[in-house]
Write a protein that binds this ligand. Structure first.
Ligand code: FAD
Length: 514
Protein backbone atom coordinates (compact mmCIF):
# COMPACT_ATOMS: atom_id res chain seq x y z
CA UNK A 1 0.00 0.00 0.00
CA UNK A 2 1.32 3.42 -0.94
CA UNK A 3 1.67 6.05 1.70
CA UNK A 4 -1.10 8.64 2.15
CA UNK A 5 -0.64 11.60 -0.18
CA UNK A 6 1.69 9.67 -2.49
CA UNK A 7 0.95 9.47 -6.20
CA UNK A 8 -1.15 6.31 -6.04
CA UNK A 9 -2.86 7.49 -2.89
CA UNK A 10 -4.04 10.63 -4.69
CA UNK A 11 -5.43 8.56 -7.57
CA UNK A 12 -7.47 6.52 -5.08
CA UNK A 13 -8.68 9.74 -3.49
CA UNK A 14 -10.14 10.90 -6.79
CA UNK A 15 -12.36 7.80 -6.97
CA UNK A 16 -13.42 7.57 -3.34
CA UNK A 17 -16.59 9.14 -2.05
CA UNK A 18 -15.80 8.19 1.55
CA UNK A 19 -14.51 11.44 3.00
CA UNK A 20 -15.03 11.08 6.75
CA UNK A 21 -14.01 8.00 8.71
CA UNK A 22 -14.96 7.72 12.38
CA UNK A 23 -13.27 5.23 14.71
CA UNK A 24 -15.13 4.49 17.93
CA UNK A 25 -12.70 3.28 20.60
CA UNK A 26 -9.18 4.20 21.62
CA UNK A 27 -7.69 0.93 22.81
CA UNK A 28 -5.03 -0.97 20.89
CA UNK A 29 -7.49 -1.59 18.04
CA UNK A 30 -8.65 2.00 17.76
CA UNK A 31 -5.22 3.54 17.73
CA UNK A 32 -3.73 0.89 15.43
CA UNK A 33 -6.57 1.60 13.00
CA UNK A 34 -6.16 5.37 13.37
CA UNK A 35 -2.40 5.20 12.74
CA UNK A 36 -2.71 2.96 9.68
CA UNK A 37 -5.66 4.77 8.12
CA UNK A 38 -3.91 8.11 8.68
CA UNK A 39 -0.88 6.77 6.90
CA UNK A 40 -2.57 5.09 3.98
CA UNK A 41 -5.99 6.56 3.19
CA UNK A 42 -6.15 9.25 0.51
CA UNK A 43 -5.09 12.66 1.74
CA UNK A 44 -8.58 14.17 1.56
CA UNK A 45 -10.11 11.70 4.04
CA UNK A 46 -10.71 13.04 7.54
CA UNK A 47 -10.25 10.60 10.42
CA UNK A 48 -11.83 11.11 13.83
CA UNK A 49 -11.45 8.87 16.88
CA UNK A 50 -13.79 8.80 19.85
CA UNK A 51 -12.76 7.32 23.17
CA UNK A 52 -13.98 7.53 26.73
CA UNK A 53 -11.50 8.03 29.55
CA UNK A 54 -14.23 6.99 32.01
CA UNK A 55 -14.76 3.63 30.28
CA UNK A 56 -11.06 3.08 29.64
CA UNK A 57 -9.50 0.17 27.76
CA UNK A 58 -9.16 -3.54 28.46
CA UNK A 59 -5.52 -2.82 29.34
CA UNK A 60 -4.09 -6.22 28.45
CA UNK A 61 -2.63 -7.54 25.20
CA UNK A 62 1.13 -7.38 25.51
CA UNK A 63 2.51 -10.31 23.54
CA UNK A 64 2.62 -10.41 19.76
CA UNK A 65 3.75 -12.51 16.82
CA UNK A 66 6.35 -11.57 14.18
CA UNK A 67 3.87 -10.11 11.69
CA UNK A 68 3.63 -7.02 13.89
CA UNK A 69 6.99 -5.97 12.52
CA UNK A 70 5.37 -5.58 9.11
CA UNK A 71 2.75 -3.31 10.65
CA UNK A 72 5.40 -1.15 12.27
CA UNK A 73 7.48 -1.11 9.11
CA UNK A 74 4.40 -0.09 7.10
CA UNK A 75 3.97 2.87 9.43
CA UNK A 76 7.66 3.68 9.11
CA UNK A 77 8.23 3.19 12.86
CA UNK A 78 11.81 2.80 14.04
CA UNK A 79 12.01 -0.48 15.98
CA UNK A 80 14.35 0.76 18.72
CA UNK A 81 12.35 3.94 19.26
CA UNK A 82 9.19 1.85 19.53
CA UNK A 83 10.75 -0.61 22.01
CA UNK A 84 12.05 2.23 24.18
CA UNK A 85 8.67 4.00 24.20
CA UNK A 86 6.70 0.88 25.13
CA UNK A 87 9.12 -0.67 27.69
CA UNK A 88 9.27 -3.45 25.14
CA UNK A 89 11.29 -6.64 24.87
CA UNK A 90 11.94 -9.09 22.05
CA UNK A 91 10.04 -12.33 21.70
CA UNK A 92 11.39 -15.43 19.96
CA UNK A 93 8.44 -17.69 20.72
CA UNK A 94 6.12 -19.06 23.39
CA UNK A 95 7.28 -21.67 25.86
CA UNK A 96 4.53 -24.13 26.79
CA UNK A 97 5.03 -25.70 30.20
CA UNK A 98 3.05 -28.62 31.58
CA UNK A 99 0.65 -29.09 28.67
CA UNK A 100 1.57 -32.74 28.41
CA UNK A 101 1.55 -33.14 32.17
CA UNK A 102 4.61 -34.41 33.98
CA UNK A 103 5.20 -37.79 32.37
CA UNK A 104 8.51 -38.53 34.15
CA UNK A 105 7.81 -36.47 37.23
CA UNK A 106 9.28 -33.47 35.41
CA UNK A 107 6.91 -30.88 33.97
CA UNK A 108 6.83 -31.20 30.18
CA UNK A 109 7.97 -28.21 28.16
CA UNK A 110 8.41 -27.21 24.57
CA UNK A 111 8.64 -23.96 22.68
CA UNK A 112 6.70 -22.72 19.70
CA UNK A 113 9.67 -20.80 18.34
CA UNK A 114 9.28 -18.27 15.53
CA UNK A 115 11.16 -18.72 12.28
CA UNK A 116 12.21 -21.85 10.50
CA UNK A 117 13.36 -25.25 11.72
CA UNK A 118 16.13 -26.52 9.48
CA UNK A 119 15.95 -26.34 5.71
CA UNK A 120 14.09 -28.85 3.57
CA UNK A 121 15.64 -30.57 0.58
CA UNK A 122 13.65 -30.18 -2.60
CA UNK A 123 10.09 -31.36 -2.03
CA UNK A 124 10.91 -32.92 1.32
CA UNK A 125 10.39 -30.72 4.38
CA UNK A 126 13.18 -30.72 6.93
CA UNK A 127 11.12 -32.37 9.66
CA UNK A 128 10.68 -35.50 7.54
CA UNK A 129 14.45 -36.03 7.65
CA UNK A 130 14.32 -35.49 11.37
CA UNK A 131 11.47 -38.03 11.70
CA UNK A 132 13.56 -40.51 9.74
CA UNK A 133 16.50 -39.85 12.06
CA UNK A 134 14.22 -40.48 15.06
CA UNK A 135 12.73 -43.64 13.60
CA UNK A 136 16.27 -44.97 13.22
CA UNK A 137 16.92 -44.37 16.94
CA UNK A 138 18.56 -40.94 16.55
CA UNK A 139 18.60 -38.74 19.65
CA UNK A 140 18.41 -35.23 18.23
CA UNK A 141 15.35 -33.21 19.17
CA UNK A 142 13.31 -31.15 16.74
CA UNK A 143 14.30 -27.89 18.44
CA UNK A 144 18.01 -28.65 18.00
CA UNK A 145 17.51 -27.17 14.53
CA UNK A 146 15.78 -23.94 15.48
CA UNK A 147 18.02 -20.91 16.07
CA UNK A 148 15.12 -19.07 17.75
CA UNK A 149 14.56 -21.97 20.15
CA UNK A 150 18.23 -22.24 21.07
CA UNK A 151 18.54 -18.47 21.51
CA UNK A 152 15.42 -18.43 23.73
CA UNK A 153 16.81 -21.27 25.81
CA UNK A 154 19.94 -19.22 26.51
CA UNK A 155 18.20 -15.82 26.85
CA UNK A 156 20.02 -14.50 23.79
CA UNK A 157 18.94 -12.14 21.07
CA UNK A 158 20.41 -10.34 18.08
CA UNK A 159 18.56 -8.69 15.26
CA UNK A 160 21.35 -8.73 12.72
CA UNK A 161 21.43 -12.52 12.66
CA UNK A 162 17.79 -12.63 11.57
CA UNK A 163 18.54 -10.83 8.32
CA UNK A 164 16.71 -12.62 5.53
CA UNK A 165 19.91 -12.95 3.51
CA UNK A 166 21.42 -15.07 6.29
CA UNK A 167 20.00 -18.58 6.49
CA UNK A 168 19.53 -18.55 10.27
CA UNK A 169 15.74 -18.65 10.29
CA UNK A 170 15.45 -16.40 13.36
CA UNK A 171 12.21 -14.41 13.55
CA UNK A 172 10.96 -12.25 16.39
CA UNK A 173 8.04 -10.31 17.73
CA UNK A 174 7.67 -7.96 20.71
CA UNK A 175 6.30 -7.88 24.19
CA UNK A 176 5.20 -4.41 25.26
CA UNK A 177 3.08 -2.38 27.63
CA UNK A 178 -0.38 -2.17 26.02
CA UNK A 179 -1.13 1.29 27.44
CA UNK A 180 2.19 2.68 26.20
CA UNK A 181 1.65 1.11 22.79
CA UNK A 182 -1.74 2.82 22.40
CA UNK A 183 -0.18 6.13 23.55
CA UNK A 184 2.66 5.72 21.05
CA UNK A 185 0.25 5.13 18.18
CA UNK A 186 -1.93 7.98 19.37
CA UNK A 187 0.86 10.51 19.02
CA UNK A 188 1.72 9.00 15.62
CA UNK A 189 -1.90 9.30 14.46
CA UNK A 190 -2.53 12.76 15.88
CA UNK A 191 0.65 14.02 14.21
CA UNK A 192 -0.91 12.85 10.92
CA UNK A 193 -4.18 14.65 11.38
CA UNK A 194 -6.41 12.24 13.32
CA UNK A 195 -8.81 14.24 15.51
CA UNK A 196 -9.55 12.75 18.92
CA UNK A 197 -12.83 13.31 20.74
CA UNK A 198 -12.99 12.36 24.39
CA UNK A 199 -16.40 11.38 25.72
CA UNK A 200 -18.90 8.62 26.01
CA UNK A 201 -21.04 7.72 23.02
CA UNK A 202 -24.66 7.89 24.19
CA UNK A 203 -26.48 7.68 20.86
CA UNK A 204 -25.79 6.31 17.40
CA UNK A 205 -27.53 7.88 14.39
CA UNK A 206 -28.66 5.73 11.45
CA UNK A 207 -29.92 6.52 7.99
CA UNK A 208 -33.66 5.73 7.94
CA UNK A 209 -33.59 4.04 4.55
CA UNK A 210 -30.33 2.12 4.28
CA UNK A 211 -29.63 1.66 7.95
CA UNK A 212 -26.08 2.99 7.53
CA UNK A 213 -24.57 4.69 10.55
CA UNK A 214 -24.50 8.47 10.12
CA UNK A 215 -22.90 9.64 13.35
CA UNK A 216 -22.42 9.27 17.09
CA UNK A 217 -23.46 11.65 19.86
CA UNK A 218 -21.27 12.06 22.93
CA UNK A 219 -22.42 12.74 26.48
CA UNK A 220 -21.19 16.32 26.04
CA UNK A 221 -23.70 16.75 23.21
CA UNK A 222 -20.97 16.79 20.56
CA UNK A 223 -21.95 15.01 17.35
CA UNK A 224 -19.34 13.26 15.26
CA UNK A 225 -20.66 12.31 11.84
CA UNK A 226 -19.05 10.20 9.18
CA UNK A 227 -19.40 8.22 5.96
CA UNK A 228 -17.66 5.10 7.28
CA UNK A 229 -17.25 3.75 10.82
CA UNK A 230 -14.71 1.49 12.47
CA UNK A 231 -16.02 -0.13 15.63
CA UNK A 232 -13.14 -0.56 18.08
CA UNK A 233 -15.32 -0.23 21.17
CA UNK A 234 -14.18 -3.49 22.74
CA UNK A 235 -16.28 -6.43 23.92
CA UNK A 236 -19.49 -4.36 23.89
CA UNK A 237 -19.46 -3.92 20.10
CA UNK A 238 -21.27 -0.61 20.35
CA UNK A 239 -21.84 -0.21 16.62
CA UNK A 240 -21.45 -3.67 15.14
CA UNK A 241 -23.67 -5.45 17.68
CA UNK A 242 -25.65 -2.98 19.72
CA UNK A 243 -26.59 -0.92 16.66
CA UNK A 244 -26.22 -3.23 13.65
CA UNK A 245 -26.94 -6.59 15.33
CA UNK A 246 -24.26 -8.57 13.49
CA UNK A 247 -24.79 -11.65 15.69
CA UNK A 248 -22.12 -13.69 17.48
CA UNK A 249 -20.78 -17.20 16.83
CA UNK A 250 -20.14 -18.61 20.29
CA UNK A 251 -17.10 -20.92 20.22
CA UNK A 252 -17.00 -21.72 23.92
CA UNK A 253 -17.82 -25.38 23.29
CA UNK A 254 -14.44 -25.57 21.51
CA UNK A 255 -12.47 -23.17 23.73
CA UNK A 256 -14.19 -23.30 27.12
CA UNK A 257 -12.17 -20.73 29.11
CA UNK A 258 -14.30 -17.67 29.87
CA UNK A 259 -12.40 -15.73 32.55
CA UNK A 260 -9.01 -14.18 33.09
CA UNK A 261 -7.21 -12.50 35.96
CA UNK A 262 -4.32 -10.20 35.10
CA UNK A 263 -1.61 -8.96 37.46
CA UNK A 264 1.77 -7.26 36.95
CA UNK A 265 4.75 -8.41 39.02
CA UNK A 266 8.27 -7.20 39.69
CA UNK A 267 10.97 -8.48 37.35
CA UNK A 268 13.25 -11.21 38.64
CA UNK A 269 16.43 -12.38 36.91
CA UNK A 270 17.22 -12.17 33.21
CA UNK A 271 14.55 -10.82 30.84
CA UNK A 272 13.52 -13.85 28.86
CA UNK A 273 13.12 -13.26 25.12
CA UNK A 274 9.88 -15.28 25.05
CA UNK A 275 6.41 -15.50 26.54
CA UNK A 276 5.56 -18.43 28.78
CA UNK A 277 2.21 -20.27 28.90
CA UNK A 278 2.06 -22.66 31.85
CA UNK A 279 -0.84 -25.12 32.06
CA UNK A 280 -2.50 -25.04 35.52
CA UNK A 281 -5.15 -27.32 37.02
CA UNK A 282 -7.79 -25.40 35.04
CA UNK A 283 -6.59 -23.23 32.18
CA UNK A 284 -3.15 -21.68 31.96
CA UNK A 285 -1.00 -18.84 33.16
CA UNK A 286 0.83 -16.32 30.98
CA UNK A 287 4.11 -14.63 31.77
CA UNK A 288 5.21 -11.74 29.59
CA UNK A 289 8.50 -10.06 30.53
CA UNK A 290 8.77 -6.31 29.83
CA UNK A 291 11.60 -3.95 30.70
CA UNK A 292 9.87 -2.40 33.72
CA UNK A 293 7.70 -5.29 34.94
CA UNK A 294 6.36 -8.72 34.09
CA UNK A 295 2.79 -9.16 32.89
CA UNK A 296 0.98 -12.23 34.26
CA UNK A 297 -2.47 -13.64 33.96
CA UNK A 298 -4.53 -16.76 34.45
CA UNK A 299 -6.99 -17.80 31.76
CA UNK A 300 -9.54 -20.24 33.20
CA UNK A 301 -12.95 -21.80 32.91
CA UNK A 302 -15.51 -20.68 35.49
CA UNK A 303 -17.35 -24.03 35.32
CA UNK A 304 -14.25 -25.73 36.77
CA UNK A 305 -12.61 -23.06 38.92
CA UNK A 306 -14.00 -20.34 41.18
CA UNK A 307 -12.57 -16.85 41.15
CA UNK A 308 -11.01 -17.02 44.62
CA UNK A 309 -9.11 -20.22 43.81
CA UNK A 310 -8.07 -18.70 40.48
CA UNK A 311 -6.54 -15.71 42.29
CA UNK A 312 -4.66 -18.07 44.63
CA UNK A 313 -3.34 -20.08 41.71
CA UNK A 314 -2.22 -16.98 39.84
CA UNK A 315 -0.52 -15.30 42.79
CA UNK A 316 1.07 -18.58 43.83
CA UNK A 317 2.62 -18.93 40.38
CA UNK A 318 4.39 -15.56 40.14
CA UNK A 319 8.20 -15.22 40.00
CA UNK A 320 8.28 -11.73 41.53
CA UNK A 321 6.08 -9.88 43.98
CA UNK A 322 2.71 -8.66 42.64
CA UNK A 323 2.54 -4.94 41.89
CA UNK A 324 -1.28 -4.63 42.00
CA UNK A 325 -4.39 -6.64 42.81
CA UNK A 326 -5.45 -9.16 40.15
CA UNK A 327 -7.87 -7.60 37.66
CA UNK A 328 -10.80 -9.78 36.51
CA UNK A 329 -11.97 -10.04 32.91
CA UNK A 330 -14.73 -12.20 31.46
CA UNK A 331 -15.32 -13.12 27.86
CA UNK A 332 -17.19 -15.44 25.55
CA UNK A 333 -14.89 -16.95 22.95
CA UNK A 334 -16.18 -16.45 19.44
CA UNK A 335 -16.62 -13.88 16.72
CA UNK A 336 -19.15 -11.60 15.12
CA UNK A 337 -20.93 -13.43 12.34
CA UNK A 338 -20.07 -10.48 10.09
CA UNK A 339 -17.29 -8.10 11.03
CA UNK A 340 -18.37 -5.71 8.28
CA UNK A 341 -22.06 -4.72 8.24
CA UNK A 342 -23.38 -1.81 6.17
CA UNK A 343 -20.85 1.04 6.51
CA UNK A 344 -19.15 -0.33 9.63
CA UNK A 345 -16.18 -2.64 10.18
CA UNK A 346 -15.42 -4.07 13.63
CA UNK A 347 -11.82 -4.58 14.72
CA UNK A 348 -10.29 -5.89 17.93
CA UNK A 349 -12.49 -7.15 20.72
CA UNK A 350 -15.54 -5.67 19.00
CA UNK A 351 -14.96 -8.25 16.24
CA UNK A 352 -14.61 -11.18 18.64
CA UNK A 353 -12.17 -12.79 21.01
CA UNK A 354 -9.99 -15.85 21.20
CA UNK A 355 -7.82 -16.32 24.25
CA UNK A 356 -4.21 -15.10 24.09
CA UNK A 357 -2.62 -18.57 24.05
CA UNK A 358 -0.79 -17.87 20.79
CA UNK A 359 -0.84 -14.04 21.06
CA UNK A 360 -3.08 -13.69 18.03
CA UNK A 361 -5.52 -10.87 18.89
CA UNK A 362 -3.32 -7.92 18.01
CA UNK A 363 -2.39 -9.72 14.82
CA UNK A 364 -6.06 -10.15 13.94
CA UNK A 365 -6.49 -6.39 14.37
CA UNK A 366 -3.55 -5.78 12.06
CA UNK A 367 -4.88 -8.25 9.49
CA UNK A 368 -8.32 -6.63 9.68
CA UNK A 369 -6.81 -3.20 9.05
CA UNK A 370 -4.81 -4.47 6.07
CA UNK A 371 -7.92 -6.13 4.67
CA UNK A 372 -9.96 -2.97 5.18
CA UNK A 373 -7.36 -0.94 3.32
CA UNK A 374 -7.27 -3.48 0.49
CA UNK A 375 -11.06 -3.41 0.22
CA UNK A 376 -11.66 0.20 1.18
CA UNK A 377 -15.04 1.06 -0.43
CA UNK A 378 -15.15 3.37 -3.39
CA UNK A 379 -18.53 4.78 -2.48
CA UNK A 380 -21.22 4.43 0.12
CA UNK A 381 -22.52 1.08 -1.18
CA UNK A 382 -19.94 -1.34 0.11
CA UNK A 383 -21.88 -4.60 0.11
CA UNK A 384 -19.49 -6.39 -2.30
CA UNK A 385 -16.40 -5.32 -0.36
CA UNK A 386 -18.14 -6.29 2.88
CA UNK A 387 -18.89 -9.79 1.56
CA UNK A 388 -15.26 -10.35 0.59
CA UNK A 389 -13.97 -8.93 3.87
CA UNK A 390 -16.27 -11.22 5.82
CA UNK A 391 -15.36 -14.27 3.73
CA UNK A 392 -11.62 -13.77 4.28
CA UNK A 393 -12.08 -12.95 7.96
CA UNK A 394 -14.13 -16.08 8.60
CA UNK A 395 -11.42 -18.31 7.12
CA UNK A 396 -8.70 -16.56 9.06
CA UNK A 397 -10.45 -16.76 12.43
CA UNK A 398 -11.41 -20.42 11.98
CA UNK A 399 -7.81 -21.39 11.23
CA UNK A 400 -6.58 -19.58 14.35
CA UNK A 401 -9.36 -21.22 16.38
CA UNK A 402 -8.30 -24.69 15.20
CA UNK A 403 -4.70 -23.98 16.16
CA UNK A 404 -5.75 -22.98 19.68
CA UNK A 405 -8.07 -25.97 20.05
CA UNK A 406 -5.13 -28.27 19.22
CA UNK A 407 -3.36 -27.19 22.43
CA UNK A 408 -6.36 -28.17 24.54
CA UNK A 409 -7.30 -31.30 22.63
CA UNK A 410 -3.81 -32.83 22.60
CA UNK A 411 -3.08 -32.27 26.29
CA UNK A 412 -1.66 -34.95 28.54
CA UNK A 413 -2.93 -33.81 31.94
CA UNK A 414 -5.11 -35.62 34.47
CA UNK A 415 -7.34 -32.92 36.01
CA UNK A 416 -11.09 -32.97 35.22
CA UNK A 417 -10.87 -29.79 33.12
CA UNK A 418 -8.11 -31.24 30.95
CA UNK A 419 -9.83 -34.61 30.58
CA UNK A 420 -12.96 -32.78 29.43
CA UNK A 421 -10.90 -30.82 26.89
CA UNK A 422 -9.39 -34.02 25.53
CA UNK A 423 -12.78 -35.63 25.14
CA UNK A 424 -14.64 -32.64 23.65
CA UNK A 425 -15.46 -32.80 19.93
CA UNK A 426 -13.10 -30.84 17.69
CA UNK A 427 -13.74 -29.22 14.28
CA UNK A 428 -13.49 -31.64 11.31
CA UNK A 429 -10.83 -29.39 9.79
CA UNK A 430 -8.58 -29.91 12.82
CA UNK A 431 -9.34 -33.64 13.10
CA UNK A 432 -8.28 -34.07 9.47
CA UNK A 433 -5.05 -32.17 10.02
CA UNK A 434 -4.16 -34.25 13.07
CA UNK A 435 -4.98 -37.53 11.26
CA UNK A 436 -2.82 -36.59 8.30
CA UNK A 437 0.08 -35.68 10.57
CA UNK A 438 -0.28 -38.85 12.64
CA UNK A 439 -0.19 -40.96 9.53
CA UNK A 440 3.01 -39.71 7.84
CA UNK A 441 3.94 -36.40 9.43
CA UNK A 442 2.52 -34.45 6.51
CA UNK A 443 1.47 -30.85 7.07
CA UNK A 444 0.13 -28.27 4.68
CA UNK A 445 -0.59 -24.61 5.15
CA UNK A 446 -4.06 -23.77 3.86
CA UNK A 447 -4.24 -20.71 1.65
CA UNK A 448 -3.12 -17.68 3.59
CA UNK A 449 -3.76 -19.06 7.05
CA UNK A 450 -1.76 -17.40 9.78
CA UNK A 451 0.28 -20.25 11.17
CA UNK A 452 2.65 -21.97 8.76
CA UNK A 453 3.99 -25.51 8.94
CA UNK A 454 6.69 -24.84 11.59
CA UNK A 455 4.06 -23.57 14.05
CA UNK A 456 1.76 -26.56 13.61
CA UNK A 457 4.73 -28.93 13.68
CA UNK A 458 6.06 -27.65 16.99
CA UNK A 459 2.71 -27.72 18.76
CA UNK A 460 1.84 -31.18 17.41
CA UNK A 461 5.21 -32.69 18.36
CA UNK A 462 5.40 -30.65 21.56
CA UNK A 463 2.04 -31.96 22.74
CA UNK A 464 2.84 -35.55 21.91
CA UNK A 465 1.13 -36.11 18.55
CA UNK A 466 3.68 -38.42 16.92
CA UNK A 467 3.56 -39.56 13.29
CA UNK A 468 3.42 -43.33 12.82
CA UNK A 469 6.05 -43.10 10.09
CA UNK A 470 7.92 -40.55 8.05
CA UNK A 471 7.21 -39.61 4.44
CA UNK A 472 8.95 -42.21 2.20
CA UNK A 473 10.19 -39.34 0.02
CA UNK A 474 12.73 -38.66 2.79
CA UNK A 475 14.46 -41.93 1.82
CA UNK A 476 15.67 -40.09 -1.29
CA UNK A 477 18.58 -38.83 0.80
CA UNK A 478 21.22 -41.60 0.97
CA UNK A 479 21.31 -42.98 4.52
CA UNK A 480 25.00 -42.17 4.85
CA UNK A 481 24.28 -38.48 4.28
CA UNK A 482 21.43 -38.10 6.74
CA UNK A 483 23.63 -37.71 9.82
CA UNK A 484 25.93 -35.29 8.05
CA UNK A 485 22.97 -33.23 6.85
CA UNK A 486 21.57 -32.97 10.36
CA UNK A 487 24.96 -32.28 11.93
CA UNK A 488 25.55 -29.39 9.54
CA UNK A 489 22.12 -27.96 10.32
CA UNK A 490 22.81 -28.18 14.04
CA UNK A 491 26.26 -26.63 13.73
CA UNK A 492 24.78 -23.72 11.82
CA UNK A 493 22.24 -23.08 14.57
CA UNK A 494 24.96 -23.22 17.24
CA UNK A 495 27.12 -20.78 15.31
CA UNK A 496 24.29 -18.31 14.85
CA UNK A 497 23.30 -18.37 18.51
CA UNK A 498 26.90 -18.46 19.73
CA UNK A 499 27.42 -15.00 18.24
CA UNK A 500 24.39 -13.47 19.94
CA UNK A 501 24.64 -11.27 23.05
CA UNK A 502 22.22 -11.83 25.89
CA UNK A 503 18.76 -10.35 25.46
CA UNK A 504 19.39 -7.89 28.32
CA UNK A 505 22.73 -6.82 26.82
CA UNK A 506 21.08 -6.28 23.45
CA UNK A 507 18.33 -4.12 24.96
CA UNK A 508 20.86 -2.14 27.01
CA UNK A 509 22.90 -1.44 23.88
CA UNK A 510 20.03 -0.52 21.56
CA UNK A 511 16.70 0.27 23.11
CA UNK A 512 16.62 0.53 26.91
CA UNK A 513 13.68 2.60 28.15
CA UNK A 514 14.68 5.54 30.30
P1 FAD B 1 -10.49 -2.01 24.41
O1 FAD B 1 -9.10 -1.95 24.88
O2 FAD B 1 -11.53 -2.50 25.35
O3 FAD B 1 -10.88 -0.55 23.92
C1 FAD B 1 -12.22 -0.15 23.75
C2 FAD B 1 -12.27 1.33 23.54
O4 FAD B 1 -13.61 1.72 23.25
C3 FAD B 1 -11.84 2.14 24.76
O5 FAD B 1 -11.08 3.26 24.34
C4 FAD B 1 -13.16 2.62 25.33
O6 FAD B 1 -13.04 3.82 26.03
C5 FAD B 1 -13.96 2.81 24.04
N1 FAD B 1 -15.39 2.78 24.25
C6 FAD B 1 -16.19 1.74 24.57
N2 FAD B 1 -17.46 2.13 24.70
C7 FAD B 1 -17.48 3.45 24.44
C8 FAD B 1 -18.50 4.45 24.44
N3 FAD B 1 -19.76 4.19 24.74
N4 FAD B 1 -18.13 5.71 24.16
C9 FAD B 1 -16.84 6.05 23.88
N5 FAD B 1 -15.85 5.15 23.86
C10 FAD B 1 -16.17 3.87 24.15
N6 FAD B 1 -3.84 -9.79 22.46
C11 FAD B 1 -2.62 -10.08 22.02
O7 FAD B 1 -2.34 -9.90 20.82
N7 FAD B 1 -1.68 -10.57 22.86
C12 FAD B 1 -1.94 -10.85 24.15
O8 FAD B 1 -1.04 -11.25 24.87
C13 FAD B 1 -3.25 -10.63 24.63
N8 FAD B 1 -3.60 -10.92 25.90
C14 FAD B 1 -4.89 -10.76 26.29
C15 FAD B 1 -5.30 -11.20 27.55
C16 FAD B 1 -6.64 -11.09 27.93
C17 FAD B 1 -7.08 -11.61 29.26
C18 FAD B 1 -7.57 -10.46 27.08
C19 FAD B 1 -9.00 -10.26 27.51
C20 FAD B 1 -7.16 -10.00 25.85
C21 FAD B 1 -5.85 -10.17 25.44
N9 FAD B 1 -5.44 -9.78 24.17
C22 FAD B 1 -4.20 -10.06 23.73
C23 FAD B 1 -6.36 -9.07 23.30
C24 FAD B 1 -6.03 -7.59 23.33
O9 FAD B 1 -6.06 -7.12 24.66
C25 FAD B 1 -7.01 -6.81 22.49
O10 FAD B 1 -7.10 -7.39 21.21
C26 FAD B 1 -6.55 -5.40 22.33
O11 FAD B 1 -6.25 -4.80 23.56
C27 FAD B 1 -7.59 -4.58 21.62
O12 FAD B 1 -8.63 -4.20 22.45
P2 FAD B 1 -9.68 -3.20 21.86
O13 FAD B 1 -8.97 -1.96 21.46
O14 FAD B 1 -10.46 -3.90 20.84
O15 FAD B 1 -10.66 -2.92 23.09
Amino acid sequence: VMERGSETGDMTAARSAIRRVVIVGGGTAGWMAAAALARFLPAGTSIALVESDAIGTVGVGEATIPQIRLFNQGLGIDEDDFIRATQGTFKLGIEFVGWSGAPDGVESRYIHAFGTIGRGLGLVPFHQHWLRHRSGGGARGLWDFSASALAAQHDRFARELGRPDLPSGVAWAFQFDAGLYAAYLRSYAEARGVVRHEGRVVAVGQDGERGDITGVTLDSGTEVSGDFFVDCSGFRGLLIEQTLHAGYDDWSALLPCDRALAVPSANVGATTPYTRATARETGWQWRIPLQHRTGNGLVYCSAFLDDARAADLLLGGLDGKPLADPRPLSFTTGRRRSAWVKNCVALGLAAGFMEPLESTSIHLIQAGIARLLQLFPQDCDSSIEAAEFNRQTTREWRAVRDFLVLHYHANGRDEPFWRACREAPIPDSLAHRIDLFRSTGRLFREGEELFAEPGWLQVLIGQGVTPRRYDPLADGLPAAQLDEFLSLARRHVEQVVGRMPTHDAFIAAHCAAS
